[in-house]
Design a protein around this ligand. Structure first.
Ligand code: ADE
Length: 234
């Protein structure tokens, strides 16, 4: 039991997929895993453990934003011994060649601030994905017939951003998409020598204003879950 996770030691697998939305955790567990068991429901932040192709795996909601993800990732790593943590979520597209529905595999995550920023003092730490997971995810996406974008993303601390100039700088510097969690996940993984990756679907586009229709969201989300599972156990 931890402050935010009402599970026993051993209830979680070493591999944890982390969608922001707890209902997506439920959907993914029920759709892709066998022998599924609910292992956390504190504050409605649902977590499940089951098996995929014989591998034990958990799917735990992270909530939205880095402060929320930081709570769950810290407790999963420090108290439940999570070794591989893969964010599966949505992002806003930031480049003209990045289209709604596309998959982004995030090598690095820029940020203004993360919950960890202050410990680095003057250093701008570069949160980076695990290489083996990155490579495996690219191969898994290609095996599904997808062509993922692989590169840097931006983990924003604001959804309704009043600083349009910041997004412009990200676009200028080739950032593929914006979301709100990966930079802190990568930082925690580095701190505790764990593996982390973010696999993202482009749900909306900052330049075109296009947004993924709700009927398409489930299919796109399913592709991400399959990529993440295949990458974790390759
Ligand atoms: N997640 C999905 N779309 C996003 C956006 N436009 N900004 C931040 N996070 C997002």
């Amino acid at each position: 039991m931890t402050v935010h996770i009402g599970a026993e030691k051993g209830d979680f697998a070493e591999t944890v997929l982390m969608p922001g939305d707890p209902y997506r955790a439920k959907w993914a567990a029920e759709t892709f895993l066998s022998d599924v068991r609910l292992v956390n429901e504190v504050r409605g932040m649902l977590g499940f453990t089951g098996t995929w192709n014989g591998h034990r795996v958990s799917i735990q909601g992270s909530g939205m934003g880095m402060p929320s993800l930081s709570i769950y990732a810290n407790e999963l790593i420090r108290d439940f011994d999570a070794q591989t943590l893969i964010r599966i979520g949505s992002c806003g597209g930031m480049q003209p060649h990045v289209k709604v529905r596309d998959v982004i595999i995030a090598m690095s995550a820029a940020s203004v601030n993360t919950p960890s920023s202050t410990i680095f003092k003057d250093v701008n730490f570069a949160p980076t994905a695990d290489w083996s997971l990155t490579r495996n995810a690219v191969q898994a996406a290609e095996a599904q017939g997808l062509t993922p974008h692989v590169g840097g993303i931006y983990s924003s601390d604001v959804f309704y951003d009043e600083r349009p100039d910041l997004n412009e700088q990200m676009v200028r510097h080739g950032i593929l998409g914006v979301e709100m969690e990966a930079a802190e996940l990568y930082t925690l993984a580095a701190r505790y020598q764990r593996r982390a990756l973010a696999v993202l679907t482009v749900s909306d586009h900052l330049q075109t204003g296009e947004a993924l229709p709700s009927e398409d969201r489930e299919r796109s989300f399913g592709e991400m879950v399959e990529i993440a599972l295949a990458a974790a156990f390759a």
